[in-house]
Design a protein around this ligand. Structure first.
Ligand SMILES: Cc1cc2nc3c(=O)[nH]c(=O)nc-3n(C[C@H](O)[C@H](O)[C@H](O)COP(=O)(O)O)c2cc1C
Ligand SMILES: [Mn+2]
Length: 479
């Protein structure tokens, strides 16, 4: 089933009791971020709802976040599937994208603001890391650009600093597709047309943050996910097409061959990301629906919406390569959220012969070589999503002098603060490489029996728990 727009999706979240509506008045410059942080720190992933603030001091516009990656269940609702079918759904949509449909107009054109009416501060854009971020930031922009030669559009999420009422700063990492487009326009010394879309049917947001091949239109993949084409309308002042039911669209141009300081910004590893020399966007028009809803991502310190989204997408990509393409006996792949779903990868496998553990590690690193500064491989009896058991395996199945190896000069996560002392050099070319550590935590010889009562004894006790404890609720067991 396809969601028509953000509003219809929010209704679905409500129905599933996955949207916490907060009516208390909140301040957008400290309180929204703090409430989100406390919620993500205190509510475990399974029970975590998305958040909607209906009463933002000084604004009529509500703020929502956590609606794409509040939890695995929320992510699967966004895809219109169940948790066990997430990977299949992505694979199908990429194989069978549905081209968007151009329509004449849509709700996004209900309000068209030009000239003096343009003011990006008109929306309740939160400040996320008070005392460190220099300004409010759009954290969930779906940024539309196009290849000037083929006309093919791209959509990506790149952080946006609100600088002046008609001026924005946009940081696009060197591997991203929008950067290719900007470089082509820069080459011609022409401004790059840009449309920043905020608040859509959830498939567009999920495609905006997913890495697809260059030239594959994210909106067509979104169509594949929805099973129905996305309706697009032409922008007012740039030659781009955006979703007709979007809440807000900010149109404009990146200045040709001009960069300006943007940041620092609280980033997904949980530290402040450095200032960067970023694109400068002059806003030429804002269109929005009546009573728009402002959508954001909660990022910064993990666990966050950002680390949840990254872990689901990246785990699926690594799993596919190891299991489907390389046919390795891998059981599960998990990027720990503590590592921002980037630094720390755990893999469980049914090892068939010596040497296969390293093959698995090298396979995983080659899917995305920036990931897995630490790559730990364990036997299939270990649940890698249970950190207690992962640490148990590390503790007793590893001899450091022979089970650990280091590979130097691999591509780096450039926001990793352990790489350089000061922020001036953080984004420098010298920081494009990093070392990786592989830890083979599988058993290399016959191990003694695990010192636990036989499973049949435990089963008996579990099924009869009420007779010992006066409650049916069992404490979590690790084995
Ligand atoms: C919450 C969030 C924030 C992100 N911020 C940035 C950013 O500021 N700059 C950037 O280059 N990528 C950022 N990304 C990653 C890109 O969105 C992602 O790599 C995407 O695939 C880019 O689209 P593209 O491959 O079409 O360029 C962010 C991702 C998420 C989930
Ligand atoms: Mn792309």
């Amino acid at each position: 089933m396809a969601y028509k727009d953000l509003r219809e999706y929010l209704e679905t979240l409500k129905k599933h009791e996955k949207l916490k509506v907060i009516d208390k008045e909140v301040d957008k410059d400290w309180e929204i971020s703090a409430v989100g942080r406390v919620a993500f720190q205190s509510i475990n992933q399974k029970d975590r709802p998305a958040l909607m603030f209906t009463n933002v001091k000084g604004y009529n516009t509500p703020v929502v976040f956590g609606i794409l990656g509040g939890s695995r269940e929320i992510y699967s609702l966004a895809l219109g599937t169940t948790e066990d079918k997430i990977q299949e759904k992505w694979a199908e949509a990429q194989q069978r994208p549905i081209e968007p449909n151009i329509v004449q107009t849509g709700p996004v054109k209900e309000n068209i603001l030009k000239g003096d009416e343009i003011d990006v501060f008109k929306f309740p854009v939160p400040t996320w890391t008070r005392e460190h971020d220099p300004a409010p930031y759009l954290t969930s922009p779906f940024i539309f650009t196009k290849d000037p030669e083929t006309g093919e559009q791209n959509v990506g999420t790149y952080r946006v600093q609100l600088k002046e009422k008609n001026k924005l700063g946009v940081w696009v990492n060197f591997v991203q597709h929008a950067r290719k487009h900007v470089e082509m326009y820069d080459e011609r010394n022409e401004p790059t047309p840009v449309a920043i879309v905020l608040g859509t049917d959830p498939t567009i947001g999920l495609c905006s943050v997913a890495r697809t091949v260059y030239g594959l239109d994210e909106v067509a993949v979104a169509g594949g996910l929805r099973g129905e084409a996305v309706d697009l309308v032409k922008c007012e002042t740039v030659d781009l097409h955006v979703p007709a039911t979007a809440e807000i669209v900010i149109e404009g141009y990146f200045r040709p061959n001009e960069l300006e300081i943007e940041g620092p910004f609280g980033e997904y590893p949980g530290y402040m990301g450095p200032k960067a020399m970023s694109y400068v966007m002059d806003v030429t028009c804002i269109t929005h629906r009546n009573d728009p809803i402002y959508q954001a991502f909660l990022s910064q310190m993990p666990p966050s919406e950002s680390s949840m989204i990254r872990s689901i997408g990246r785990e699926a990509a690594i799993y596919k390569t190891l299991v489907k393409d390389l046919r390795l006996p891998v059981k599960d792949v998990h990027l720990l959220e503590a590592g921002g779903a980037a630094a720390y990868l755990a893999i469980s496998m049914k090892k068939e012969h010596e040497g296969q553990v390293r093959q698995v590690m090298l396979g995983a690193w080659s899917v995305d070589p920036t990931l897995a500064k630490f790559c730990v491989v364990v036997d299939e009896d270990i649940d890698i999503r249970d950190q207690f058991m992962l640490n148990w395996a590390l503790s007793w199945r590893v001899q450091p002098h022979k089970d650990i190896f280091i590979v130097e000069d691999m591509p780096a996560v450039r926001l990793d603060p352990s790489q350089a002392a000061d922020e001036v050099t953080q984004l420098d070319k010298s920081r494009r490489t990093s070392s990786k550590m592989g830890i083979d935590a599988t058993k290399k010889h016959q191990f003694p029996a695990i010192a636990m009562p036989p499973e049949e004894d435990l089963k008996k006790v579990r099924s009869n728990w009420g007779s010992y404890w006066n409650t049916e609720n069992l404490v979590k067991t690790h084995l």
